[in-house]
Design a protein around this ligand. Sequence first.
Ligand code: PHE
Length: 343
Amino acid sequence: MSLQDTLTELQADVLAQIDQTTELKSLNDIRVNTLGKKGPITEVLRGMKDLTAEERPVVGAFANEIRDNLQAAIETKKAALEAAALNAQLASEALDVTLPGHAVRKGNAHVIQQIIEQLEDQFIGMGYQIAEGPEVEEDKYNFEMMNLPKDHPARDMQDTFYITPEILMRTQTSPVQARTMEQHDFAKGALKMISPGRVYRRDTDDATHSHQFHQVEGLVIDKHITMGDLKGTLLAVAQELFGAKHQIRLRPSYFPFTEPSVEVDVSWGDVDENTKPEDIEWIEVLGAGMVHPNVLTKAGIDPEVYGGFAFGLGPDRFAMLKYGVDDIRNFYLNDVRFLSQFK
Ligand code: PHE
């Protein structure tokens, strides 16, 4: 067999091997075995010394051509195997960006807190300060200074959790009135404050009662405050919370710390100048009145010079009316399905 035939056969054989190879490692083995120093091509070239001077360059060129062909075939195969390996890796690590993710739920302020903040914004806009007081309160501030001495029958209106005979869970935010009046320096101007917070009563929980609920106290003390100021302020509150079409009505009532005292109703449904008075539905929303002289005196304020109004409203009740909630306990169950409605 001529050297050319040997080389041609070798080429066919190696090309077949390359074709069948599926791994980079065995492809490299083929390269070393075929083109390396101990490989068959080197062997053929070594045998050239037995050729004639005319044959030598022809066979040499042929052998180089075969070697180049095989080298090129190996390179091509190598590139193909590397690409396949990369594709396989990409496929195995693939990230499906079209898969739906996990939504992060955003919380919201509690509905009662929302109402309190709305009122705070409104009253800050009218020049009021926000005052705070303790929930564990002294009998002195919760009752005595609010014109409710120990034997006063009106104490029965507010079933009280006592901690000691002198310490209790505050039954109302009114003690913050006493605390604020005590501190206020009238040389610096009128006292205008609201005080939102939790209050406690020894009630059995049901749809309309909770042993813990909220109040927002309001107090204004200055030299020429009238019931007209109180009514205008409460009308602004009702219209802020329920809408501009709502009216308010004052009915005589009794609180030990105000004289006269009123209960305040808000009109339900739309009311305009054509609505007949007998067609208006009224709902009671809060208690208020002109600050009792005894309350001023106990706080060291001269009732001959100063006077004012006070009110106490229940954000729980406001929220129930505003959103049609029929059970106050919903506000305290921490059921996110209920609470997340008020975004
Ligand atoms: N503190 C009263 C209550 O809890 C409400 C109120 C506050 C009434 C201020 C008049 C003035 O019932």
